[in-house]
Every structure is written in structure tokens, then in C-alpha cells.
Ligand binder design. Structure first.
Ligand code: ADP
Length: 497
């Protein structure tokens, strides 16, 4: 089992887990940030609303009997000292500022001091809008002790001794903010951790279930692939069309079919090859044994044999050498065709002329067997094919027709135009081929009648079949035992334009 296959599912599961964890952490973090932000806002708004009237109270309570300014125009510090006293008892988190009508700080009451340099002036815009809408809305203004920062406040205008200005009260002072931040921090840390833990727990449960469901199909496929790899060639993914990854499941099934199909094909090719070798070696041995016998006789009885006997023996050895060389040639030719080493060189040529030549060539052989060999053609037909391969095929077919026809029989080679093709038909009045054997005659080396083996090697028609394949055409056999056979094939006609 390969490493990649073993780790396929765990790797995917790991990635899914990583994505889940990342999601949970991100959710937790955003939850904490959002809650923190809105809780802070909520707190500030509530505080501002609750304390919106504080500035008005200061003016109403403190300025009703005493002026915030002394006669010399300076700030009435005792009055503010008194105010500080009151404030301390109520809320140490607030800071009170006395502003003039331009926002300049005239005096401040700050309970807890720090090192920040306080600002000399604050912006009046938020103060004015706070007064205008009477504390109904959440507004932040300049924090004098932390220039650049904004805080919630309460403000009210005063007009005393011809001087106008504002009482400006920061509700969440730096001091208060620090305490609040710590508490808030602790609270939200607890809340955040709690929420994250709870979310994680749910996510783990949901994640486990989701991953289990998501990888169910993948596990099925992986198991099937593994079974196939381990030799179970029948292993296929069931209901592959319903799978979440149908395209993958279907592809695997198709691939497995192709592999098993190819293996079957290879096995049958291998079987035929072994059969061929066994039969060929048998056929090589027979003429060799005959040759050896006659040569030995000639050697041993050289002096006692008559001249005519010697001639006869030499003729027999000659015939057997012919047989051997023809078998070896056929084998060579067939293996070249089977190994696809032959590329047809197609060209236009006259099939009529070729047929005339072949008839002339086989005339003597036919006459020896008292067989009539005829050519039946009307016109000069041109085809587009490999001339030497077609010649080879025709030779084999005519040879067979003569071979399997009894004396006084007839062999006809006819050519006729059939649409865009020329039909070539070799008909004999010979022994014919039994119907059940007809499908196998083109298979290499499957001789129909084993007893007739002496007559041939079973390679002739196999070679013809290969030549037809190279011309993208097929050969048909029509045969009736004791009546004769017809071998018919088509070649593309060449139109002379
Ligand atoms: P062989 O060398 O045995 O002739 P072929 O491949 O040429 O091999 O032929 C295969 C078998 O087909 C032959 O053994 C024979 O039984 C049969 N056959 C082929 N052609 C004919 C024919 N014209 N008439 C009858 N039988 C034939």
C-alpha cells in the first residue's frame, strides 16, 4: 500500500480540523471584540444619560448663593473647594471644569492627578450640541487631561456677573477609566474564555459529526481502491452516481473496468501466443524430422540406392525445405504485422491488372489440380491501397481456394464496383467450412480441421485479417460445407479525375 493512499483520509481530516479550529478561534475573538465594544458603548451611554443633569445641578446648587468669580474677576476657589468636597463623597471618577464662553479652561476640580499636561481649552461643538438636545443622545467631548481623547460628559451654561461660560464635567475620568478597563478586561476575559470554550465544545461535536459524514463517501472510495489494488479486481464503488464525489467514483469504476478488460485481453493474447508457439514448433519439427531421416538414409545407403531413388529422396528433402522456409516466412510476416511494424503505403493502382497477374501466376498450380481458375471483371478498376499488402492477401486467398478445392472444381476471382468501393470476391467450389468453425478461421493458428494440418500452417487467413485491419476494412466469409466458400472484402475505389 502506498504512503499517499494510507494518509489520504487523515490528511483531509487534519485539514478539516484545522479549518474548524481556525473558525472557532476567529469566532471567539470577534465575539469578544464585538461584545467588548458594545458593552463599553452601552455603559458610557447609560452613564451619560444618568448623569446628564449633573452640570445643571452644580450650577443650580452651587451658583445660586455664590458666584464662581470673586470681585477681582478671579475664580472663586473656596466655592470650588467646597464642590470638590461634595464630589468626593459622591463620585471620585468625575472631573469638573469651569470654561469661559470660548471653551478656555478657567479652573478645574480634579481629584486624582496624574502626569499628563492638561489642555488649556476644549472644543465647544460637542458641548453645544449636548446642551441643545438636552442629554438625549450619546455625545463625547474633549478630555482635557488626555488631549486627543474623547470622553462622555455633562455640561450646562452659566451667566453670572455678566460673564458667560460652561460647567463641563467629564463623567469617566482617566482614573475611572483605568479601574473600569481592568474590571471590564477581567470580565470580558472570563466571558470570552467561557464563550470560546462552549463554542469549541459544540464545534468539536458538530465537527466530528460533519467530518464523519463528509468523509463517509471518501472512506468508501478509499477502501474500494485499496481492495482493487490488493487484487480484488471485481471491487467497484457501489451507487457511484449518488456519491458526493460522483465524478471521482465513476472515473474509478470506469478505470477499473478498462484495467480488467485489458488484463483479460492480454491474457487471451498470451494464451493464443502460447498456442501458436506450441503448434509452430510442432510444424517445424515434422519437416525437420523428415529431412533428417532422408538425409541420413542418403548418407548411409549412398552406394546401394538407385539413381531414381536418390532423385526421389532429394525431391522429398527439397519439398520439406520449401515447407520449412514458407512456414518461417509466414511466421516472420505475421509477427511483423502483429507487432505493428508494417505501415501501409497507400497509392492508387489497378486491382484489375494485379488480379490478371495473380491469375497468371496461379494458373499452373490450378491446372496441376485440374481446377478452373477464372477472373470475372468488366472494367479496369482502380483502388487506393497498399499494393504489395493487397497482393499478399489475394495470394493467400487464392492459394487457399485452390488448396481446399477438389479436382474439376472452379475458383473465381471477381471484381465489381459497389458504391465508392471495389468489391473483391474469391469464390471456390471446394470443401467449404462448417458454420460453427467459420468465426475462428481468421484466428491465428486455429486450424479448422486438425486432421488437414498437413495442408497448411493456419497463418494465411490471420495474415489476411491483419492486412484488412491496416486498410480499415473487413473480410466476410460465406461458406457451405461441400458446396464451397466465398471470401469477400472491399477496398476504396480510386476515382481518376
Ligand atoms: P492454412 O495455412 O491452414 O490454410 P489459413 O489461415 O489460410 O491456414 O486457413 C485457416 C483454415 O481455414 C484452414 O485450415 C481451412 O480449414 C480453412 N479455410 C481457409 N480457406 C478455405 C477455403 N477456401 N475453403 C475451405 N476452407 C478454408
Amino acid at each position: 500500500m502506498s504512503k499517499s493512499e494510507k494518509t489520504l483520509t487523515p490528511k483531509l481530516v487534519k485539514k478539516l480540523w484545522l479549518a474548524f479550529i481556525l473558525l472557532v478561534v476567529l469566532m471567539g475573538a470577534s465575539y469578544m471584540l464585538i461584545t467588548n465594544h458594545f458593552a463599553g458603548k452601552h455603559y458610557e451611554e447609560t452613564t451619560q444619560r444618568l448623569n446628564s443633569e449633573v452640570a445643571n445641578h452644580v450650577i443650580a446648587e452651587k451658583f445660586k448663593d455664590a458666584s464662581p468669580f470673586l470681585e477681582d474677576g478671579s475664580v472663586n476657589k473656596p466655592l470650588f473647594g467646597d464642590l470638590m468636597h461634595d464630589m468626593m463623597a459622591v463620585n471620585q471618577g468625575i472631573e469638573v471644569y469651569l470654561l469661559d464662553d470660548a471653551g478656555v479652561i478657567l479652573y478645574s476640580v480634579v481629584l486624582v492627578h496624574d502626569e499628563n499636561t492638561p489642555a488649556k481649552q476644549v472644543s465647544l461643538a460637542p458641548i453645544k450640541s449636548f446642551i441643545a438636545q438636552k442629554g438625549g443622545k450619546y455625545i463625547v467631548g474633549d478630555d482635557p487631561r488626555n488631549p486627543g481623547e474623547q470622553k462622555i460628559f455633562s455640561a450646562a451654561p452659566y451667566a453670572v456677573d455678566g460673564r458667560e461660560g460652561y460647567i463641563y464635567i467629564i463623567l469617566a475620568s482617566t482614573n475611572f477609566q483605568a479601574v473600569s478597563d481592568t474590571l471590564m478586561g477581567q470580565y470580558f476575559a472570563k466571558l470570552g474564555i467561557g464563550a470560546t470554550l462552549l463554542t469549541s465544545l459544540f464545534s468539536i461535536i458538530i465537527g466530528l459529526l460533519a467530518i464523519w459524514f463528509l468523509t463517509k463517501n471518501l472512506r468508501l472510495i478509499t477502501n474500494t481502491v485499496r481492495r482493487f489494488q490488493e487484487g480484488d479486481l471485481g471491487a467497484r464503488i457501489e451507487n457511484s452516481n449518488d456519491s458526493d464525489i460522483a465524478i471521482f467514483a465513476n472515473s474509478f469504476n470506469e478505470m477499473a473496468d478498462t484495467i480488467t478488460g485489458n488484463m483479460d485481453k492480454m491474457q487471451s493474447v498470451d494464451l493464443l501466443r502460447r498456442e501458436l508457439i506450441a503448434n509452430v514448433s510442432h510444424d517445424l519439427r515434422t519437416p525437420l524430422a523428415i529431412l533428417k531421416g532422408y538425409i541420413e538414409t542418403l548418407q548411409m545407403k549412398r552406394d546401394s540406392l538407385s539413381e531414381s531413388e536418390k532423385q526421389e529422396y532429394l525431391q522429398i528433402t527439397h519439398d520439406n525445405v520449401d515447407k520449412l522456409s514458407s512456414l518461417i516466412n509466414q511466421l516472420f510476416e505475421y509477427s511483423k504485422l502483429e507487432a505493428e511494424q508494417v505501415t501501409p503505403v497507400k497509392e492508387p493502382f489497378s486491382i484489375t491488372e494485379l488480379s490478371y497477374d495473380l491469375i497468371a501466376k496461379f494458373k499452373v498450380l490450378a491446372e496441376q489440380k485440374q481446377i478452373r481458375l477464372e477472373l470475372d471483371t468488366q472494367e479496369n478498376s482502380m483502388v487506393f491501397a497498399d499494393v504489395s499488402l493487397v497482393e499478399r492477401a489475394l495470394q493467400n486467398l487464392i492459394e487457399n481456394a485452390i488448396k481446399y478445392t477438389e479436382p474439376n472444381g472452379k475458383v473465381t476471382l471477381s471484381l465489381s464496383q459497389k458504391g465508392k468501393n471495389i468489391e473483391i470476391n474469391i469464390t471456390d467450389t471446394g470443401t467449404g467450412i462448417p458454420v460453427n468453425e467459420q468465426p475462428f478461421i481468421f484466428d491465428r493458428y486455429k486450424q479448422v480441421d486438425k486432421s488437414a494440418k498437413k495442408q497448411g500452417y493456419g497463418l494465411g487467413l490471420a495474415i489476411v485479417k491483419k492486412i484488412m485491419d491496416l486498410h480499415d476494412t473487413t473480410i466476410t466469409v460465406l461458406s457451405k460445407p461441400k458446396e464451397g466458400s466465398s471470401f469477400i472484402f472491399n477496398l476504396p475505389a480510386y476515382q481518376v479525375s
